[in-house]
Design a protein around this ligand. Structure first.
Ligand code: PMP
Length: 277
């Protein structure tokens, strides 16, 4: 059965301060966010009715908005409470929360100083991002690089950053892979299209790229914390693609991806273990 399109679902979406009927949450086609990517968002997981690391996600939402020059017209506490409220209203037990902030339709040009800042929070039941039947996912290496840090506000979840992610992911899927490994502007290993990456060496130690031109994921930070608490060494360092052959394991981390084992990157094969760390 085809999944129900996201604009045809039932219930409520929190929209500019209150829960509104799902089908009534509409924006005009002449909208700055749509035309000029003046839009930031978050992705959060609900486990057993509770949002995982909600406060950190809201902090990052405000950081992203601030980097794009938006002033969110609510406090962080208000957004936290609204996220919890909409999860309750929608009765989501295990799912996803998507807060999104964008510039409205008051101006339709590069300059958008007088646009209103809109905020919506949607939530839905959601399972695994990657097919759980797969014994480790397969990555290709994207022809698109993560942009250099002086070319875009790279440490945000700004929608514009995802254009090359969708291009990379589509190309990977066309070639029979599940996702794509993106390199940075200096040809170091960076991340997948919506998740950070870790490698395991022969000694059981972990290696992960320094997030200096891409998102320092909340899941990434959590995994590092857990690893350190188990006395597993984590090396945050520059990793070159020709080192991939030396690693025995690999996994992705992210709110959507959770912790997903990788079985190969191009020609490089990894052992898929039951326990990642
Ligand atoms: N990189 C990108 C490009 C992402 O979209 C995500 C998902 N938000 C991540 C990394 C992982 O971040 P987090 O663990 O905070 O979800």
């Amino acid at each position: 059965m085809e999944p129900i399109p996201f604009d045809k679902r039932a219930g409520k979406i929190w929209f500019n301060g209150e829960p509104v009927n799902w089908s009534d949450v509409k924006i005009h086609v002449l909208n700055h966010g749509l035309h000029y990517a003046s839009c930031v968002f978050e992705g959060e997981r609900v486990y057993d009715g509770e949002i995982f690391k909600l406060e950190e996600h809201t902090e990052r939402l405000f950081h992203s908005a601030n980097r794009l020059g938006f002033k969110i017209p609510y406090s962080q506490d208000h957004i936290n409470k609204s996220c919890k409220d909409i999860v309750k209203i929608q009765k989501v037990k295990n799912g996803y929360v998507r807060p999104v902030v964008w510039r409205g339709s008051e101006m339709m040009a590069i300059s958008a100083q007088k646009t209103k800042i809109h905020v919506a929070i949607a939530t839905w039941e959601w399972g695994s991002y990657f097919d759980p039947k797969l014994k480790g996912i397969k990555l290709n290496i994207s022809k698109w690089r993560r942009p250099a840090p002086n070319t875009i506000p790279w440490d945000t979840k700004a929608s514009g950053l995802y254009m090359i992610c969708t291009l990379s992911k589509h190309e990977a899927e066309k070639q029979g892979f599940t996702d794509s490994l993106m390199l940075d502007h200096e040809d170091n290993v960076a991340e997948a299209t919506g998740a950070n990456i870790f490698f395991k060496d022969r000694n059981g130690e972990l290696h992960t790229p320094i997030p200096d031109s891409f998102l320092d994921g909340i899941t990434r930070r959590t995994v590092i914390q857990i690893a350190k608490s188990k006395n597993i060494k984590v090396h945050e360092r520059k990793i070159k693609p020709d080192e991939l052959k030396n690693f025995v394991g690999c996994f992705l981390t992210g709110t959507a991806a959770e912790v997903t084992p990788v079985s190969c990157i191009g020609e490089n094969k990894f052992k898929v273990c039951e326990l990642i760390i």
